[in-house]
Design a protein around this ligand. Structure first.
Ligand SMILES: Cc1cc2nc3c(=O)[nH]c(=O)nc-3n(C[C@H](O)[C@H](O)[C@H](O)COP(=O)(O)OP(=O)(O)OC[C@H]3O[C@@H](n4cnc5c(N)ncnc54)[C@H](O)[C@@H]3O)c2cc1C
Length: 505
């Protein structure tokens, strides 16, 4: 990185939208820099329900464009990253006189089957809940259910793989670097950054600035850009609980709660069940959002309405919360605010342009990137053309349905790996798992053991290839081994990483 260089595009924010835009832009030939003030995906992008979904519920609000675009993305994204994205079947229990009219559910599922670009995903089915195993863990409330396909995504890894690929293609990607000020200067942007570890400040120049700060998008406008009266996004908190496995079925459940909200119960990390989410307006600092006692009670109570075995507070092994940065369309209820994205360019003729990104979903990040690139082309001149559909993210260069073969291949190459360890490595790193394991021929060859199946080789990979600096980055974003390591083991990992970072500095 050079303070003299003039970047075409400077992106603020290393969530899915910032990293997706940076990757698309550098792949088209723009010079790109991106600054993330914390760790990649440390904002909203690691706190989602982790679905690549059409969003059946959005049809109620007539968001047909969004649903269609999202449906089409399911197989596109699966093919791009079959290690971190995979299909999942959802069971939607249904009874006559239920909350949502049958026509709405049928219309939604018709769209799912017919306009969603479905080639590999299996079609919708109707289940007899008295016979199908999906009925077994549930109370006998439903005779019937619809079963449909959507996708599952490891959200935090999707972000870091976009950052990695952008960097591999030549983008300057900076973690723990906050944009503290940005001003227009002679037709360019002068952007002041602050390294959050060392306090070092730099001024970088760019032709166009992209504000992809998610829930901080307005804070960037009023802070770094010094604007008055900023109010574009509505912050809506959503929380999840993770409990000990509640059911063995590989399918997820989609429940319609009596208050009109919907709730998912999803098989998670082999041994757990993920339950969420909530929807409530939020006014605090997005970085400090935490689940409230009321949300814990709500999620436990609501899930216990359906499962034979109640969901108790004591079953909870982890919780997480995040803030949706929804474009403020004036909807009265948080759950009704649009989930669509809005891109707005600011800047008079001759002035350096600014693109603000409001809203969006993980599912539509690639399409959002393409729309952003259209705006970038209009503002500073077109370079390249659309390329991300059909591309592969790092480690994702194997067939969409080839995960099991990939695991078998890795186990053949590294016979000492326990089956669960091999499955985890292929899920996280895909074809790059072998590069991570290197020449190891037994467990000792993987270096220090930190707990569960985490070894030094993986930690080193995450530090050198994926910008990890702290135990939290490794345990809760790059992997979910935080669910398995003890607090003492996590502290030892933090100490090791601090030492390794200092040695490398
Ligand atoms: C509860 C919940 C469930 C969801 N479930 C789904 C789902 O199942 N499927 C789906 O498709 N979508 C889902 N979403 C939506 C999706 O998660 C978000 O739309 C998406 O993650 C937003 O990404 P982003 O990049 O805009 O924001 P973020 O991920 O928050 O990224 C913005 C980044 O900007 C950084 N930043 C801020 N200010 C500065 C600065 N001054 N300098 C440098 N960096 C800065 C922040 O640190 C942050 O990392 C869900 C959202 C929530 C909250």
């Amino acid at each position: 990185m050079s303070e003299q260089a003039i970047y075409d595009v400077f992106v603020i924010g290393g969530g899915i939208n910032g990293c997706g835009i940076a990757r698309d832009a550098v792949g088209r030939g723009y010079s790109v820099a991106l600054a993330e003030m914390n760790d990649f995906a440390s904002g909203t992008s690691s706190g989602s329900t982790k679905l690549i979904h059409g969003g059946l519920r959005y049809l109620e609000h007539y968001e047909f464009r969004l649903v269609r675009e999202a449906l089409m993305e399911r197989e596109v994204l699966w093919a791009m990253a079959p290690h971190v994205i995979w299909p999942m079947r959802f069971v939607l229990p249904y009874h006559k006189g239920g909350l949502r009219p049958a026509w709405l559910i049928r219309l939604g599922l018709f769209l799912y089957d017919h306009i969603g670009g479905r080639k590999l995903l299996p079609a919708t089915a109707t289940l007899d809940m008295n016979r199908d195993p999906a009925g077994k863990p549930l109370k006998r409330l439903f005779n019937k259910a619809f079963e449909y396909s959507d996708g599952w995504v490891n959200d935090a890894r999707l972000v870091v793989l976009n950052a990695r690929d952008a960097a591999d293609r030549g983008a300057v990607i900076m973690a723990r670097t906050r944009v503290v000020a940005a001003r227009r200067d002679g037709g360019l942007w002068a952007i002041e950054t602050e390294n959050q570890a060392t306090g070092e400040r730099k001024t970088l120049k760019a032709r166009m600035l992209i504000n992809a700060a998610g829930p901080w998008v307005d804070a960037v406008l009023s802070g770094a850009l010094g604007k008055n009266d900023v109010h574009n996004v509505r912050l809506v908190q959503g929380s999840h609980i993770v409990v000990k496995k509640k059911f063995d079925d590989p399918r997820a459940y989609f429940f319609q709660n009596p208050d009109g909200r919907i709730m998912f119960a999803i098989p998670y990390e082999e041994d757990f069940t993920l339950i969420g989410t909530t929807d409530r307006d939020y006014t605090g600092n997005p970085g400090e959002v935490r689940i409230s006692d009321a949300e814990v009670d709500y999620l436990c109570r609501a899930a216990s309405e359906y499962f034979l075995e109640p969901v108790e507070k004591d079953d909870i092994v982890w919780t997480y919360s995040a803030v949706r940065p929804l474009y403020d369309d004036g909807a009265s209820k948080a759950q009704e605010a649009t989930r669509d994205y809005v891109l707005r360019v600011e800047g008079d003729k001759g002035a350096a342009p600014l693109l603000n990104v409001f809203g969006g979903k993980l599912t539509t990040y690639r399409r959002l990137g393409e729309s952003a690139l259209e705006k970038i082309g209009e503002a500073i001149g077109v370079k390249g053309s659309k390329w991300t559909a059909g591309s592969r993210l790092p480690g994702g260069d194997f067939p969409a349905q080839g995960y099991a073969d990939e695991v078998a291949r890795l186990r053949k190459q590294y016979p000492f790996l326990a089956p669960q360890h091999a499955r985890r490595l292929v899920r996280l790193y895909g074809t790059r798992a072998a590069a991570l394991l290197g020449s190891a021929s037994n467990e000792a060859g993987l270096g220090h053991h930190f707990g569960a199946d985490l070894y030094e080789a993986e930690v080193k990979w995450l530090m050198t290839q994926e910008w990890a600096r702290h135990a939290e980055d490794v345990l809760w974003r790059r992997t979910k081994l935080g669910l398995k390591l003890t607090p003492g083991e996590a502290a030892a990992l933090e100490e090791y990483m601090r030492g390794a970072a200092n040695a490398a500095a």
